[in-house]
Design a protein around this ligand. Structure first.
Ligand SMILES: Cc1ncc(C[n+]2csc(CCOP(=O)(O)OP(=O)(O)O)c2C)c(N)n1
Length: 369
């Protein structure tokens, strides 16, 4: 088609679009529903934590940071094998989200970057570290490793190495909550890269159609392995990705634990009220490479440095505690305690026996659980 003919086709299409009738009332209702989370968040964007609560969030974030640093060291020493994806930089997301859940009834599922979520859910650092080092005392009896941790007791359903799989499985967990009428909701975490997987949208469709109690959480850390979001995603505002399925979304600063908590409260209230799924996008950053074997050549040192210096979630919480008048000694005491908690976890993991060889044939098929 000649250029002038194509230009006139485009002008015709534009004219037709502008001549369209005004939106019907029900379309207006949809727009209100899709923006409902944002309106609640604009009215109040941060959770009003007491000093004790903020101190507790600080403690959990520092635990994750120190644990992950230690895991990195053990990997370097050859005590952890296989894959290992660290959560350093993203701590505020797991801590803020998990603090809003009811562990007695809500379920959680995530991808392979899972140690931080388990720690935020109160699972013993010793059994997580023992899993990383492949010991029998590990939470998956040393047979899952970093990416495949699981705890039915804590309603923590993994730990998944297949990118995006947890979104469909989480939708199934949400279906189970609804079917059983247990009042629980599922939180399914996934990355910005996973958000481009087809099964995510099949899941969104079903969850919305059946009004399932699920909070979809995109942890947008800027990169999918070495691919920056802008290079791999046509729509980089991930909170909008549910719009076609009438799933309301909310973009959130994932480097501020109180903002994360407030957004999750809004989301959980919406979901528990039987309104169906929601989609939260937490904008965050990972300081380390994708996994331990990533030289991270796709970004500059300055970029990482800038995030660490200006947006660190732990520094942010610490500054806020100090501004509120919480004694520096109380903060230092937490830091000291956690160093020994993590050292003990590492000692436990190093000194525990490996699984017996006959364990190779167990847990291969699960019947009922
Ligand atoms: C189905 C599938 N495709 C590809 C991979 C390889 N892979 C592992 S991680 C990853 C990137 C995922 O990035 P993102 O979802 O943003 O999560 P992040 O690592 O940033 O937490 C890819 C493509 C995989 N594990 N599974």
């Amino acid at each position: 088609m000649a250029r002038s003919a194509r230009t006139s086709e485009i002008s015709k299409a534009k004219a037709a679009a502008s001549a369209r009738p005004a939106p019907r009332a029900e379309e207006g209702q949809d727009a209100i529903q899709l923006r409902s989370l944002q309106l609640a968040h604009e009215a109040e964007s941060r959770y009003r934590a007491s000093d004790e609560e903020l101190l507790h969030f600080y403690e959990q974030m520092v635990l994750i940071r120190r644990f992950e640093e230690k895991a990195g060291q053990l990997y370097g020493l050859g005590l952890i094998g296989g894959f290992c994806h660290l959560y350093i930089g993203q701590e505020a997301v797991a801590v803020g989200v998990q603090s809003a859940l009811d562990p007695a009834r809500d379920s959680v599922i995530t991808g392979y970057r899972d140690h931080g979520h388990m720690l935020a859910y109160g699972i013993d650092p010793k059994v997580i570290m023992a899993e990383l080092t492949g010991r029998a005392a590990g939470i998956s009896r040393g047979k899952g490793g970093s990416m495949h941790m699981f705890s039915v007791e804590h309603k923590f359903y993994g730990g998944h190495g297949i990118v995006g799989a947890q979104v469909s499985l989480g939708t199934g967990l949400a279906f189970a909550h609804k079917y059983r009428g247990d009042g629980g909701a599922c939180v399914a975490y996934f990355g910005d890269g996973a958000a481009n997987q087809g099964q995510v949208y099949e899941s969104f469709n079903m969850a919305s159609l059946w009004q399932l109690p699920i909070v979809y959480v995109v942890e947008n850390n800027g990169y999918a392995m070495g691919t920056a979001v802008r290079r791999g995603s046509a729509e980089t505002h991930f909170y909008r990705r549910g719009t076609a399925f009438r799933i309301p979304g909310l973009p959130v600063n994932g480097m501020d634990v109180l903002e994360v908590r407030r957004a999750t409260d809004i989301a959980i209230a919406y979901v528990r009220a039987g309104n169906g799924p929601v989609l939260l996008e937490f904008n965050t950053y990972r300081y380390r490479g994708h996994s331990m074997s990533d030289p991270a050549k796709y970004r500059t040192r300055e970029e990482v440095q800038e995030m660490r210096e200006k947006h660190d979630p732990i520094d942010h919480a610490r500054d806020e505690l100090l501004k509120r008048g919480v004694a520096e000694d109380a903060i230092k005491a937490i830091d000291k305690k956690l160093r020994s908690v993590v050292t003990e976890a590492a000692d436990f993991a190093e000194n525990s026996p490996e699984p017996d060889l006959c364990e190779l044939g167990t847990d291969v098929l699960v019947e009922s659980y």
